[in-house]
Design a protein around this ligand. Structure first.
Ligand code: FE2
Length: 238
């Protein structure tokens, strides 16, 4: 499997805080079958004011210290970009962190309201060849009861990324119900762990089991293996 959303770079956000925890998180993900795990530290103004150069440095430091340990998956770096004006300004200057390969970037929306002109703004990424990947849509209040705003983003080329732990109830009943509905509506392209600490991995495993139960083995395999790989390789079919 390939994980496109994970917080294992130490001490840059609300994820792991030291090298040992970061390595333990990566090793735990590898032990349940992850071949590749892409770190996506937060870039969110006023909360996690990270910038590309600092994150690249922190990631490289981690990869150098932990990459060679036993039982580590392949590592990569992206970011979880909070969708605001700062993000679009950074993107215009080439200061965001798309996924390795540069074909897509992970974007987090405000939990309570959809940003104005979101479709038009995301189109700016698409014309530069970067597909917007929407993090955990099931966790946003405006999408709790109806998927329409997400549907139109997906129609315009955005990719929705399920947070596996939503299926276990970690984020409450509302997020769990929205995730199950979005699965039924066939809105997701891929699934990820969004794990922040080693202890999350047990729930990620439960989420994977639930995904197989709901969607069957073949569809689960597409969401966990083939489609995340397509995002990295730039081979997503429109
Ligand atoms: Fe995250």
């Amino acid at each position: 499997m390939v994980d496109l959303h994970c917080h294992y770079v130490p001490a840059v956000d609300d994820g792991v805080q030291d090298l040992a925890q970061g390595a333990a998180l990566c090793q735990a993900l590898a032990s349940i079958g992850y071949h590749t795990v892409v770190a996506t530290p937060h870039i969110r103004s006023g909360m996690f004011d990270n910038r590309k150069a600092d994150l690249v440095q922190a990631f490289e430091r981690f990869a150098q210290a932990a990459g060679g340990l036993q039982g580590m998956p392949a590592l990569g770096l992206g970011a979880e970009h909070f969708c605001d004006d700062v993000f679009f300004a950074l993107f215009a200057r080439g200061e965001t962190l798309p996924y390795p390969g540069g074909h897509a970037a992970l974007i987090e929306l405000h939990p309570e309201r959809m940003p104005l002109n979101l479709e038009a703004n995301l189109f700016r990424l698409s014309v530069r060849g970067v597909k917007p990947v929407i993090a955990h849509p099931e966790r946003y209040a405006p999408l709790a009861r109806a998927s329409q705003p997400l549907e139109s983003l997906v129609e315009h080329g955005a990719l929705a990324l399920l947070d596996l732990m939503s299926l276990t109830g970690k984020y409450g009943r509302r997020a769990r119900a929205a995730a199950e509905r979005m699965l039924e509506e066939d809105l997701y392209y891929a699934a990820c762990s969004d794990s922040h600490k080693p202890a999350d991995v047990e729930l990620v495993q439960q989420g994977i089991e639930r995904l197989v139960e709901l969607q069957g083995k073949e569809e689960a395999q597409a969401m966990l293996v083939d489609n995340p790989r397509n995002i990295l390789e730039g081979t997503v079919q429109d």
